[in-house]
Design a protein around this ligand. Structure first.
Ligand code: XBP
Length: 252
């Protein structure tokens, strides 16, 4: 089947933003009087839980389970997450660039071939808006055929729901699409929706296993900084993610 659409995860794939989320979570914990601190190692582990509110609830269960019994626990988590998002927005504003090197070039070359670009992320709508606005400017909605954010579905990744929702929006079968993810649970979500997926590892997922990925690389690659192929075939092509290479991976 011909490649008609490419799904991009947001945090870790389009944007190098996961550490900003981490710092924003820590600021919210402080603001809400919690002596919690998520360092790199803890956050790496917690990234297996998709969604900010889900991640807070999960950690609460292990760090301070009595809080889960508070009658206003859900609202407490919601308020903390809201505070976290405000800080995240401020942190984004201070960044020079948020996009991972090479992603804008890949999106441009896909569009030149009329291949749709889609965002598929567990992240909440307001944070998706903030990140894409920073990355692509006011016209970001025109860059993507559709944006599947975490508020669209009940079950986030590794559930296939986001992907299934997005397939419905663009009206394409899964075998005409390829997903780019940086984390195993993202690859799970895409493949559970029958979409072939490749991993572009990020700073938080280096060294992880991606058993279901068709290929694994360490970045998008560019002329002066080609990606390293960690698994799969490059079909003899240059180590830069290009429509040709994505088509070759889909074809396998
Ligand atoms: C992204 C996430 C999100 C962000 C924060 O998942 O897990 O939780 O870390 O999102 P994926 P919030 O990259 O697999 O799509 O906006 O919910 O805080």
């Amino acid at each position: 089947m011909e490649l008609k659409a490419v799904f991009f995860d947001l945090d870790g794939v389009i944007a190098d933003s996961e550490d900003l989320h981490r710092r924003a979570f820590n600021a919210a914990f402080k603001e809400f009087g919690l002596a919690w601190h998520w360092d790199f190692a803890i956050y790496k582990e917690l990234l297996s839980i998709a969604g900010g509110q889900e991640r807070i609830r999960h950690y609460m269960g292990r760090a301070e389970p009595s809080l889960l019994k508070r009658p206003d626990c859900t609202n407490f988590i919601k308020a903390m997450h809201k505070g976290k998002n405000q800080t995240y927005n401020e942190l984004i504003g201070r960044e020079k660039t948020l996009l991972r090197p090479g992603v804008a070039e890949l999106i441009e070359s896909l569009q030149a071939e009329q291949i749709k670009c889609v965002v598929a992320t567990s992240t909440s709508a307001e944070n998706v808006h903030a990140a894409l606005l920073k990355g692509f400017g006011k016209g970001y909605e025109k860059v993507f055929a559709t944006i599947a954010d975490g508020d669209r579905v009940e079950e986030k990744k590794p559930s296939p729901d986001l992907y299934v929702w997005a397939l419905g929006e663009i009206g394409l079968p899964p075998n005409a699409c390829l997903a780019i993810e940086d984390a195993p649970r993202g690859i799970e979500g895409a493949t559970a929706a029958d979409i072939k997926a490749v991993a572009v590892v990020s700073r938080y997922t280096v060294g992880e296993e991606f058993p279901k990925a068709a290929a694994v690389v360490d970045g998008f690659g560019s002329g002066d900084k080609p990606f390293e192929l960690l698994r799969g075939s490059d079909f003899g092509m240059a180590h830069v993610l290009s429509p040709q290479l994505l088509k070759a991976w889909l074809g396998r």
